[in-house]
Design a protein around this ligand. Structure first.
Ligand code: HEC
Length: 162
C-alpha cells in the first residue's frame, strides 16, 4: 500500500513535469524594442545634414576627428564617432560644448552655436553622431549616464553600420 502511494506520487510528479515541458512559452507583450522604431530617423537625418554643414570641416565628414587630435601641441578637433572622449560626457555636457563652444588658454578653438543652431538642432546632431558609436561604447555611455533620455536602439544601428 505504501509502495503504491509512492508510485502515485512519482506518477503525478512526472505528469506535472511533462505538462510543464510541453506547455507553450508564455505569451508576453512584444517589447518596445520590437514595436518602436529602432532610432529616431527624422532627427538623425536632420542631425546628419546640420553636422555636414556646420561641424564636418573640423571634426571630419565621418566625425572621425582630425588625425592629430591627440597632439597637445596643436589644436585639432577630436572625433565624435565614439573613438575619442566625447562618449565620456553626459548628453547635457555635449550639448553645452556645442552651445558655448570651446577655448584653450583663452583662445576660442570651436565656435559657439548658441543663437545659430536651435536646441533641437544640437540635440539632433548629437543623435546623429551617437549613432556612429560602436554598440559597446554606446552601452558604456548609457550605463555611466543612466540616461533615460538616451535614444533607443542607436547602438543597434551603429552595429549595422559597421
Ligand atoms: C573650427 C573648428 C570646429 C568646428 C566648426 C566645430 N568644432 Fe567641435 N571642437 C573643435 C575643437 C578644436 C574641439 C576640442 C576643444 C578642446 O580641446 O577643448 C572641439 C570639441 C567638441 C566637442 C567635445 C568633444 C570631446 O571629446 O569632449 C564636441 C561635442 C563638439 N566639438 C561638437 C561639435 C559640433 C556638434 C559642431 C558643429 C555644430 C562642432 N563641434 C564644430 C573644433 C570645432
Amino acid at each position: 500500500m505504501q509502495r503504491a502511494g509512492y508510485w502515485i506520487v512519482i506518477g503525478l510528479w512526472l505528469a506535472a513535469c511533462g505538462k510543464e515541458e510541453s506547455a507553450p512559452p508564455p505569451l508576453t507583450a512584444p517589447s518596445t524594442a520590437e514595436t518602436e522604431p529602432l532610432f529616431p530617423v527624422e532627427n538623425m537625418m536632420r542631425g546628419a545634414q546640420l553636422y555636414q554643414e556646420q561641424c564636418a570641416q573640423c571634426h571630419g565628414p565621418e566625425a572621425q576627428g582630425h588625425p592629430d587630435w591627440e597632439n597637445p601641441a596643436i589644436v585639432a578637433a577630436p572625433p565624435l564617432n565614439g573613438t575619442g572622449n566625447a562618449w565620456k560626457k553626459k548628453k547635457s555636457e555635449l550639448i553645452a560644448i556645442i552651445r558655448n563652444g570651446a577655448s584653450r588658454n583663452g583662445m576660442p578653438v570651436m565656435p559657439a552655436w548658441k543663437g545659430r543652431l536651435t536646441e533641437q538642432d544640437m540635440e539632433d546632431i548629437v543623435i546623429w553622431f551617437q549613432a556612429l558609436w560602436p554598440p559597446e561604447v554606446y552601452d558604456d555611455w548609457r550605463e555611466a549616464n543612466a540616461a533615460p533620455v538616451a535614444p533607443q536602439g542607436l547602438s543597434a544601428l551603429a552595429g549595422l553600420a559597421r
